[in-house]
Design a protein around this ligand. Structure first.
Ligand SMILES: [Zn+2]
Length: 103
């Protein structure tokens, strides 16, 4: 599974910024916007995003198509990060979800 770190290593224009912006949504000290990012927290939420996308992309498939599904989900997650980064002051969808439990 691709990670934020992997995306950062890709060093693609825009993607690096989007990764840093996503990290900044997960400060080590909540409430301090200039605090260092909690990368472990951000990585967990990025992984969760991919899982959500995979869950919605297709029903469970045969093992031999699993790689393709994961790759599609990873691409979607990359696109999602880029898209989120065009929204000023966006919030991490996973953080939002966790604070507002389904009722
Ligand atoms: Zn989050």
């Amino acid at each position: 599974m691709i990670t934020l770190h992997d995306l950062h290593e890709e060093g693609t224009d825009g993607v690096t910024d989007a990764v840093l912006a996503f990290g900044a949504r997960h400060p080590l000290k909540p409430g301090q916007s200039d605090a260092e990012p909690d990368w472990a927290h951000a990585e967990r939420h990025f992984t969760r995003l991919i899982e959500v996308i995979m869950g919605e992309a297709a029903p469970p498939q045969l093992d031999d198509s699993r790689d393709g599904l994961v790759r599609r989900a990873e691409n979607e997650a990359r696109q999602l990060l880029l898209t989120l980064n065009t929204v000023p002051g966006y919030r991490c969808p996973i953080c939002v979800k966790q604070r507002r439990p389904l009722t």
